[in-house]
Design a protein around this ligand. Structure first.
Ligand code: CUA
Length: 168
């Protein structure tokens, strides 16, 4: 093997990984997006922050049971709290969070769950998760929104499932 052939070999030894690494990243993105379901929250709709009190579903914030074990939580974020601040659901419940802001940009993060959304005035953020483990899940605003930002928190209480009715 002469000097030139050795040079080619060396070059190929670097080219292959430099192609393989981006392909590996792409595969990882595809797997997390489609198989694991991790995604950037898409825009789930628009709403005028000034007319929230008269615009469904934000005219009646709160928890709604859509079917057994299936809930929808409509929440508004505003300086410096969430409405409603506290939710109670039985373990095993699947909850879709539908959140918007009345004023500035907030965050909505539920600890130990994938729920982690930017709450932008004028936009609706929507995400679904299942609460399998009973306990208290703290909710907090993770976007600096002003002097009371550190106080902007809530709670989700997951009660043990009723074994008789749920059939688990
Ligand atoms: Cu709301 Cu920080």
């Amino acid at each position: 093997m002469n000097q030139k052939q050795l040079g080619y070999l060396f070059e190929i030894a670097w080219i292959l990984p430099s192609v393989a690494v981006p392909i590996a990243f792409l595969v990882a993105i595809v797997i997390t997006a489609f198989a694991v379901g991790i995604s950037v929250p898409g825009e789930a709709g628009r709403v005028d922050p000034k007319t929230l009190n008269t615009t469904a579903p934000f005219d009646k914030p709160g928890l709604r049971e859509l079917a057994p074990g299936r809930y929808e939580a409509v929440i508004t974020a505003q300086l410096f709290n969430f409405t409603p601040g506290e939710l109670e659901i039985p373990a095993g419940s699947k909850v879709t969070f539908i959140v918007t802001s009345r004023d500035v940009i907030h965050g909505y993060k539920v600890e130990n769950t994938p729920i982690n959304m930017m709450i932008v005035p004028g936009q609706i953020s929507r995400m679904t998760t299942t609460f399998d483990q009973p306990g208290e899940y703290y909710v907090y605003c993770h976007e600096y929104c002003g002097g009371g930002h550190h106080l902007m928190a809530g709670k989700i209480i997951v009660t043990p499932a009723q074994s008789a009715s749920s059939g688990r």
